[in-house]
Design a protein. Structure first.
Length: 68
């Protein structure tokens, strides 16, 4: 899980959607891991693949996320 508060998105689901649509990297909204979904609204979870080349490509894509 990682904190996404610094990116300026209103919710974890908005950020996760942006990640898939604009960056090409999938993440799971943090709110889906809590009984009270309000606890995870500024978190996302990544699952890391086993292939090093795929991780390198994900790193390149993640570097394109704009800071707000």
């Amino acid at each position: 899980m990682t904190d996404i508060a610094g990116f300026g998105f209103p919710s974890d689901t908005d950020f996760a959607t942006f990640m898939v649509d604009k960056i090409g990297v999938a993440a799971v909204p943090g709110s889906s891991f809590y009984r009270n979904s309000g606890y995870g609204t500024q978190q996302i979870r990544f699952c890391f693949c086993k292939n090093y080349e795929t991780l390198e490509e994900a790193g390149k894509r993640l570097s394109r996320i704009p800071r707000h």
